[in-house]
Design a protein around this ligand. Structure first.
Ligand SMILES: Cc1cc2nc3c(=O)[nH]c(=O)nc-3n(C[C@H](O)[C@H](O)[C@H](O)COP(=O)(O)O)c2cc1C
Length: 211
């Protein structure tokens, strides 16, 4: 049986174009971050980092690189999803060590899994690995969107920005990261947002699903 609260939250949410600048409670932000953190990823590697931006000065610096979209400065927080530019065997080793310590098992028991993952990482071109990492980041973006809706926090998923500019402002390049998408979190400015009361547009389920 479907969860009616989930569906009504998803009907309530919309890609907010104008936010009112009010701050969201830290506890609710933490819940959204926790949902993002719990997102699944291929092999569990989670090859991306999420930068949380709350500082108004940094948001202002990001604005021109985001086509001056007002959600950037009107938000309470921005989550910048930044896939790793390179995935290396060292990342795999670190991940294996994390599994071993979390589950209290000898790292040697993970040799087969580790070898398989290292093979993939070593035999895939860096650009393809980056695309793969970005796909994982988008799943986490989705988790953040759903969590925000359940918290009754407005949000905007965004890829309307110049990644090079955003990377420069946030110093991502030297951290081996490259921005892929942003989740703006805050509260809708309903009076000034033409989409606040607009009916959702989706293709009919008959067309959307083959079943
Ligand atoms: C990956 C992605 C990138 C998007 N980029 C932007 C953006 O830069 N600015 C914006 O206002 N909306 C952006 N959107 C929002 C979409 O336009 C919106 O989700 C879509 O029109 C469906 O409307 P709804 O989310 O209100 O249901 C983006 C959505 C996704 C999923």
């Amino acid at each position: 049986m479907g969860d009616i609260n989930l569906i009504s939250a998803l009907k309530w949410r919309y890609a907010t174009k104008k936010m009112n600048g009010n701050q969201i409670p830290q506890e609710q932000l933490e819940n959204i971050l926790e949902a993002v953190h719990l997102a699944p990823s291929s092999f569990g590697l989670a090859p991306f980092t999420v930068v949380v931006v709350k500082d108004p000065a940094i948001k202002a610096a990001l604005l021109p690189h985001c086509y001056n979209q007002p959600q950037i400065t009107g938000s309470s927080a921005l989550l910048v999803f930044a896939p790793w530019k390179n995935i290396t065997v060292q990342h795999v080793d670190e991940y294996m060590a994390e599994i071993a310590s979390t589950r209290g098992i000898p790292v040697e028991t993970l040799a087969e899994f580790s070898g398989m993952l290292k093979g993939k990482v070593s035999n895939t071109p860096a650009a393809d690995l980056h695309t793969w990492a970005a796909k994982q980041a988008y799943i986490a973006l989705g988790f953040g969107l759903v969590a925000a809706a359940l918290e009754k926090i407005d949000s905007t998923p965004m890829e309307g920005f110049n990644p090079a500019g955003v990377d420069e402002v946030l110093g991502l390049d030297k951290k081996g990261l490259a921005s892929a998408c942003i989740l703006a979190l805050g509260y809708r400015n309903a009076e000034n947002d033409y989409l606040a009361n607009a009916t959702k547009v989706r293709r009919s389920k008959a067309e959307f699903f083959i079943q």
